[in-house]
Design a protein around this ligand. Structure first.
Ligand code: BG6
Length: 463
């Protein structure tokens, strides 16, 4: 059984990209907020000194998130480096020594999944795994079978409550708010069901391409990179039943229950796209069939959602960078006024990133004698202040042993069950699209009669 608070923070992959962009900024912020009063040990293969790692942290903070010299000084004094091959027992003996009297370390594996197994083996054999928590990064497998194998490897050495699977989307305030907003307001729950919801749509659009990560992206593609995890997590929060309490397992049980009611994807309900130019990226195959865009339709076979289509559209090199949820409501039962009036109305819109916004789309009467009006939006815009970044939030939670915002092994497998039928051999061909467009035209065939794709930019312009 893991102790209540970890007493050392170990991160593998200390010289890597993730450490540079996310981990050092999170560590500095945690120090600033007084949450990291313990040894911090970076592990990687390069034969660096403690000072070289400190320099790396310094550079990383200057580029990502900003340097806070007071917090950085504290970080520097706690930061140590252990170098060695992940397959070599000597690496873990050095780590054991560096851990000193720490009895409940947290080991964060910010490394490619292919390295998980040797690291876990080394940790266990050397005793570094005793009383420890382990944090791992997605992808958690690349299909159902490999995810099951990964869970078996993890469970051989760690209890499920000592395993923390990071999905950084769950550390976003706006994502957590979806659950809060739904169940903390009286007016949402009565309409949040098939009787009133016509469709739901999640758009995760990114203007950027693969940013030099071609070799990584070739192994994943949009479905594995963001749909199986981030998008399905958002969908679970939007569609789950009310948890019996606010505790981590009550919420995670309900998420799993709705995921299990999600129908596995059929090839006719997905369109895969690839932006022109992707094949010229370094590390990408000349005939690559990897998708940089996916549009899909999902169904939930339960009493609340029967018959309601759920659309997901995610991709790179799209016209905007924006993640938004659109919950489209059915029109009023009787067209008393200008029912055909222009503009989209009767909806809830949640912007999850880059900024936070919640809106209610409604029709409002125009001044004058006739009963005509127009579509308008009641918008609540949140301007972020000193909010925790997702990595700061999640790593602090893991140190405390709070698993609420981490993905359980059973949920990872259930999510793979949804996308598994359209992966690998069964994948539909990719259709090319021009950079800066909304993917291949074929995406339109995913929509059920009368439904439209939601374009966050156009919505803003029209309101
Ligand atoms: C990551 C994906 O998980 O999420 C990236 O691997 C993607 O491809 C990123 O760009 C998007 O995250 P955010 O927080 O910038 O929306």
């Amino acid at each position: 059984m893991a102790a209540s608070h970890s007493d050392a923070f170990v991160f593998f992959g200390a010289t890597g990209d993730l450490a540079c962009k996310q981990v050092f900024p999170a560590l500095q912020a945690m120090i600033r907020h007084g949450q990291l009063d313990m040894p911090i040990i970076g592990v990687a293969r390069s034969s660096w000194s403690d000072d070289q790692l400190r320099e790396r942290a310094h550079d990383s903070l200057q580029k990502h998130g900003g340097l806070d010299s007071q917090a950085f000084d504290k970080l520097s004094t706690r930061l140590h480096y252990v170098s060695g091959d992940y397959g070599d027992d000597a690496t873990y003996q050095k780590l054991r020594q560096a851990l000193g009297s720490a009895a409940a370390p947290l080991h964060y594996l910010a490394i490619p999944p292919g390295m998980f197994e040797p690291v876990i083996r080394g940790l266990v054999k050397s005793g570094c795994g005793r009383g420890a928590r382990i944090v791992i990064e997605k992808p958690f497998g690349r299909d159902l079978a490999s995810a099951q194998a990964l869970n078996r490897t993890l469970h051989k050495s760690f209890a499920e409550d000592a395993i923390f699977r990071i999905d950084h989307y769950l550390g976003k305030e706006a994502v957590e708010n979806l659950l809060y907003f739904r169940f903390a307001n009286t007016f949402t729950e009565p309409v949040w069901r098939r009787d009133h919801v016509a469709s739901m749509q999640i758009t995760m659009a990114e203007q950027m391409g693969v940013q030099g990560r071609g070799a990584f992206y070739e192994e994943v593609g949009a479905i594995r990179d963001v749909v199986q995890n981030h998008m399905l997590q958002v969908m679970m929060l939007l569609t789950m039943e009310s948890p019996k309490d606010g505790g981590p397992d009550a919420i995670r049980d309900e998420k799993l229950r709705v995921l299990k009611a999600m129908r596995p994807l059929a090839p006719a309900e997905i369109v895969r796209g690839q932006f022109r130019g992707y094949r010229d990226e370094s590390g990408v195959a000349a005939q690559s069939q990897v998708e940089t865009f996916a549009a899909l339709r999902l169904h939930i076979d339960n009493a609340r959602w029967d018959g309601v289509p759920f659309y997901i559209r995610a991709g790179k090199q799209l016209p905007v960078t924006c993640t938004e949820v659109m919950v489209e409501l059915r029109p009023p039962p009787r067209a008393l006024f200008d029912a055909d009036g222009s503009g989209r109305s009767n909806f809830f819109r949640f912007r999850l990133s880059p900024d936070r916004l919640i809106s209610v789309g409604a029709r409002i009467k125009a001044p004058g004698e006739s009963m005509v009006g127009s579509a308008t939006e009641l918008i609540a815009h949140h301007h972020p202040g000193d909010e925790m970044t997702p990595y700061e939030r999640l790593l602090s939670d893991a140190l405390r042993g709070d698993a609420a915002l981490f993905t359980r092994g059973d949920t990872v497998e259930a999510a793979w069950r949804v996308v598994n039928p359209v992966l690998g051999e069964a994948a539909v061909p990719v259709a090319p699209y021009e950079a800066g467009t909304w993917g291949p035209a074929a995406a339109a065939r995913i929509l059920a009669g009368g439904d439209r794709w939601h374009d966050p930019k156009a919505q803003e312009a029209s309101s």
